[in-house]
Structure formats: structure tokens, C-alpha cells
Design a binder for this molecule. Structure first.
Ligand SMILES: Nc1ncnc2c1ncn2[C@@H]1O[C@H](COP(=O)(O)OP(=O)(O)O)[C@@H](O)[C@H]1O
Ligand SMILES: [Mg+2]
Length: 283
């Protein structure tokens, strides 16, 4: 059985084996990275749109509380955000907005710097929010912060699956290695899904994944004795259309649906859908 199907209880602390809450409801996928600026928010937003097109009910949660910018990418600036929910000024339902791609979003907006530290309150608020929205969706994407800070690792611990974004740059790969190491030692992840963004040539992502896999097998030991398994989910090519869509604050899938990066996003969505519990061909 896939370990994503037998996750620990909802309130499990971040340091425990973490593969998301139990029971029925959305499959939670953390979109994370070692290094910042590698494309997590771009991928979260467009993946949400692509999964929505496939008929799934999707919500994206801006879990990068300190440096939130999903609102900028989606060009949505609601008065009520997670901040108001966390401070008891608004209900969760008031904070859920409809994004242009037809999916739901829970935005953090700016000014949530106080939540970039993991306090018991932040932890509980996060868990409560996830618990409440989970029955309503098929997929929840957590657009997390980069790196291995407490708050990032905690938000990742709430997810059944990790989709780690890296670029082919050596700095991104070094940081990806460090993040994967922590995910498998602290969170007992048996596998991590990888998407390589801003690739130059077809095949780049597969080669990078197998290089990383080899290094992990040499230097990282999990409790089970088995090496963590990296699963290559796809490549997104470096494409000037991405910058253009972000500058115009539109989804790439809507602005330039035929460009190489948009086509790669659609492919990624198909592969992600196949990993969902109950999918015809689970991985
Ligand atoms: N496939 C791509 N091709 C070209 N530029 C990209 C691509 N993916 C991301 N970018 C650029 O990288 C920037 C950072 O992306 P973003 O999603 O904000 O990163 P993160 O959320 O990881 O910090 C984007 O504003 C965009 O200009
Ligand atoms: Mg981001």
C-alpha cells in the first residue's frame, strides 16, 4: 500500500512521520523547494487551474505566510485573508475566494510576517483551517515557503505528498538535496516527487533526478534502511511566456495556453491526477 494512503492523525506534530491527515477529503500536496524563487507559486497557481480543467475541485492555500505572493500572481486582493481568519476577525468561508482559473484560493496577503515563526497558535490555526476545508475539495495545494525553517516544515508536514520544485542551477540542487534530506529524516518521507522547472533541454529533469537519487543513496539513511525514492513528475521548460504572464498577472494557462511551459503544466496535472487516491493508475 502506498504510504500516502495510511497517514498519521491530523494533530501529529511536525517532527513525527508526516503524510497528511487521515480520512476522506482532499489529497493535500505541498509545493515546496529548497531554494526560493524557483517557481513554486507559478506552478501552484497553474497546476490548480490545470487540475480544475480535469474536473477536480481544487483549492490553493498560500502557506508562505511571511512572504506571501500568490495574491499577486492571481491578481486577487481580497480584504479578508488568512490573517483575518487567524485573528478571529472573519470566518474561513469569508476568506475563500474564487480564482480566475475556476479554483478556490485562501490567500495570506502581505503583513503576515508575525506568522513566519512557528508558534502553537500558528500551528493550531493551520490545522483547523485544513481540517475545515478538506471535505470540500479533491486536491489542496499548499504553496509553501522555501527552505527548512520550522514553519515551512510544519506546513509540509500537513501534506500527504510533497512536490518539490527545483531548477537545474547547482545552488537550487544543493538546497533541494538539503530539503529532501530533512524531509526523509525528520518527516520519515519514503518518497518525494520532483518537478524540475526552467529546464533548457528535454531529459534534463530525469538526469538531475537520478543524480540526486544517487547522492541520497550514498549519504542519507532513513530509519527503515531504505533510501528515499525520488519520483520525477516532469519538467517545465524555461519559457519567456512565464514572465510575461506573471507581469500581466494572469495565469499562463489562460494567457498563453499553447506555449511550451503551459503544455508542460497540463502534462504535470495529468501525472498528479494519476497519483490521487482512487485514480485508475496510482503510482
Ligand atoms: N518555467 C519558467 N520559465 C521562465 N521563468 C520562470 C519559470 N518559472 C518561474 N519563472 C520565473 O521565476 C520567478 C519566480 O517564480 P515564483 O513562482 O514566484 O517562485 P517561488 O514561489 O518559488 O518563490 C517568476 O516570477 C518567473 O519570472
Ligand atoms: Mg512563492
Amino acid at each position: 500500500m502506498n504510504d500516502a494512503l495510511s497517514p498519521p492523525p491530523l494533530a501529529a506534530p511536525a517532527a513525527k512521520p508526516a503524510s497528511g491527515p487521515q480520512g476522506a477529503g482532499a489529497h493535500i500536496i505541498a509545493v515546496t523547494s529548497g531554494k526560493g524563487g524557483v517557481g513554486k507559486t507559478f506552478i501552484s497557481a497553474n497546476l490548480a487551474a490545470a487540475l480544475t480543467r480535469r474536473g477536480l475541485r481544487v483549492l490553493v492555500l498560500d502557506a508562505d505566510l511571511g512572504l506571501a505572493n500568490l495574491d499577486v500572481v492571481l491578481n486577487l486582493h481580497p480584504k479578508v485573508t488568512l490573517h483575518e481568519v487567524f485573528t478571529g476577525k472573519a470566518t474561513l468561508d469569508e476568506a475563500i475566494v474564487q480564482a480566475p482559473g475556476g479554483f478556490s484560493a485562501l490567500l495570506a496577503g502581505s503583513g503576515m510576517v508575525e506568522y513566519s515563526r512557528l508558534t502553537p497558535e500558528v500551528r493550531n490555526q493551520f490545522i483547523q483551517v485544513i481540517d475545515t476545508i478538506r471535505p470540500r475539495y479533491d486536491v489542496i495545494l499548499l504553496d509553501t515557503g522555501a527552505g527548512i525553517s520550522d514553519v515551512v516544515l510544519f506546513s509540509v508536514s500537513l501534506a500527504h505528498e510533497v512536490l518539490l520544485v527545483a531548477t537545474p542551477e547547482p545552488t537550487s540542487l544543493t538546497d533541494a538535496y538539503a530539503a529532501i534530506k530533512v524531509l526523509c529524516t525528520q518527516q520519515k518521507r519514503q518518497h518525494v516527487r520532483l518537478v524540475i522547472n526552467q529546464t533548457a533541454r528535454p531529459g534534463d529533469g530525469r538526469a538531475i533526478t537520478s543524480q540526486l537519487q544517487q547522492v541520497l543513496e550514498r549519504f542519507v539513511k532513513t530509519d527503515s534502511g531504505r533510501p528515499v525514492r525520488l519520483i520525477h513528475m516532469g519538467d517545465i521548460p524555461a519559457d519567456p511566456s512565464v514572465r510575461e504572464a506573471i507581469m500581466r498577472r494572469q495565469l499562463l494557462l489562460q494567457l498563453l495556453p499553447g506555449c511550451p511551459a503551459a503544455l508542460a503544466m497540463l502534462q504535470l496535472a495529468g501525472k498528479i491526477e494519476a497519483t490521487l487516491p482512487g485514480a485508475a493508475a496510482p503510482k
